[in-house]
Design a protein around this ligand. Structure first.
Ligand SMILES: NC(=O)c1ccc[n+]([C@@H]2O[C@H](COP(=O)([O-])OP(=O)(O)OC[C@H]3O[C@@H](n4cnc5c(N)ncnc54)[C@H](O)[C@@H]3O)[C@@H](O)[C@H]2O)c1
Ligand SMILES: [Zn+2]
Length: 402
């Protein structure tokens, strides 16, 4: 029999130091489906037992209020589904409706109320939270699940383009605090992700477009064929053609998953964050506009600014900037917001403070991803404020048709 210290891989390196080392494999499925709450669709019930013993699992279902408003019968359907699949799923209470949208990430009281609710319902680490909603709601619900009992199993059911193609398939959650985006949060892989394309039917025109920014982002830095596919299919995407949108979501999700698993830094301990292309400006613009701009809309603007900046510094040929900005415009993005021009006490652009905030959020050295061509990127560690201001002025002129 091996000794306890061998079992837990404690390495004695010096008389006064024990070095601890272990790794925890991470493994979860991202499903794409339709009519997930039809009793004939066993996917959710099966997912509850994936990798854990098969028995009736206690579940608390939380629904984004925006989704609940659009799908009036959703709560009843879920109860009916749980009844039909009672050998695997036991509702701790009827599905609960919780505020969604960016406001839900700005309300610390909501975090506490949800944590309290899970405790009252006796949802423990062997129970599940199933969160159904947009990216903001899933960030909130994920944070609540990850912090209560130090981690309750979470199944995410994203209902927006952005949540299905990006935010729900990763390992992060979080809420905004002290005027900063995503300041409080954890890295917590979900138990499973189930995307139901049917939910997208009720999405506003604005949110349909906004979620495509993350696909343009990941294609710009990683996959020029996917970028070219979006260029060729921009009219279908703009018209929200089902097949085109589903392809966009699946390819975008796949590229994000590949990066998280294969990029060598799933929990972002380093300073580089290529998937945050365009995001330093996006996060600041979201705050400056008091969340008048959706995340995806801000990312589209942030990418355009950084592309023009890259051109001004000789990193990116002008033709590639034009392709990026043209694709975003063809998809329906407005690439300007007045908050881009806000000043700090009458001095420099308030937007530029976003660079320092981005650095602080990542820790370490300032690292901003810049395109060198459509489909490839590199990191830079310094940003010339004067040139970035020129990029802002250019975007304003271009958006005004100048
Ligand atoms: N965790 C991550 O890795 C990550 C990555 C990218 C973005 N995000 C976050 O995602 C958030 C943006 O998410 P979003 O773009 O999904 O917006 P959102 O969550 O704000 O949703 C937009 C609106 O649509 C409503 N809604 C959601 N689904 C609906 C449906 N099917 N029908 C009708 N209405 C519906 C919501 O109630 C909300 O009012 C931001 O907070 C951003 O920071 C997180
Ligand atoms: Zn993003």
């Amino acid at each position: 029999m091996s000794s306890p210290s061998e079992n837990i891989h404690v390495i004695e390196t010096a008389p006064h130091v024990y070095r601890q080392r272990f790794s925890v494999p991470t493994d979860y499925s991202v499903w794409f489906s339709r009519d997930v709450f039809s009793v004939r669709n066993p996917l959710l019930a099966r997912s509850l037992s994936e990798g854990v013993p098969e028995r009736p699992h206690r579940v608390c279902v939380l629904i984004d209020a925006g989704v609940a408003a659009a799908w009036a019968l959703l709560g009843e359907m879920i109860q009916c589904y749980a009844h039909h699949h009672s050998t695997r799923m036991l509702l701790a209470c009827p599905p609960e409706i919780v505020p969604g949208g960016e406001d839900c990430k700005n309300d610390p009281g909501l975090v506490t109320r949800l944590q309290q609710r899970l405790v009252d319902l006796k949802i423990d680490r062997h129970s599940f939270v199933i969160a159904i909603g947009g990216g903001a709601f899933l960030d909130l619900a994920g944070y609540v699940a990850a912090t209560t009992h130090r981690g309750i199993r979470l199944i995410r059911m994203p209902t927006t383009v952005l949540a299905q193609d990006d935010s729900a398939i990763g390992v992060k959650n979080g809420v905004n605090a002290f005027g900063m985006k995503n300041l409080l949060g954890t890295f917590a892989p979900p138990h499973a992700v189930i995307s139901d394309f049917c939910f997208l039917r009720t999405l506003s025109a604005r949110d349909r477009v906004a979620g495509m920014a993350e696909a343009v982002k990941v294609a710009s830095i990683r996959d020029r064929d996917f970028f070219a596919w979006m260029e060729s299919n921009a009219a279908r995407l703009r018209a929200f053609d089902d097949a085109a949108v589903e392809h966009l979501i699946r390819r975008c999700a796949e590229l994000h998953m590949q990066h998280i698993a294969g990029g060598g830094d799933p929990f972002e301990t380093g300073s580089a964050r290529p998937l945050d292309y365009g995001h330093w400006a996006a996060h600041k613009l979201e705050s400056l506009s008091q969340h008048d701009v959706r995340h995806g809309e801000a990312v589209a603007i942030g990418m355009s600014l950084d592309a023009r900046y890259a051109e001004l510094t000789g990193l990116l040929p002008a033709a590639h900037v034009e392709r990026l900005v043209s694709l975003l415009s063809a998809l329906g993005f407005a690439l300007w917001h007045p908050a881009l021009e806000m000043r700090c006490n009458g001095a420099g652009l308030a937007l530029l403070a976003g660079l320092q905030e981005f650095r602080e959020h990542l820790g370490g050295q300032l690292t901003v991803t810049m395109l060198t061509a459509i489909g490839s990127a590199r990191d830079v560690h310094e940003i010339d404020h004067r040139r970035m201001q020129q990029a802002v002025e250019w975007l304003k002129l271009r958006s005004a048709g100048g």
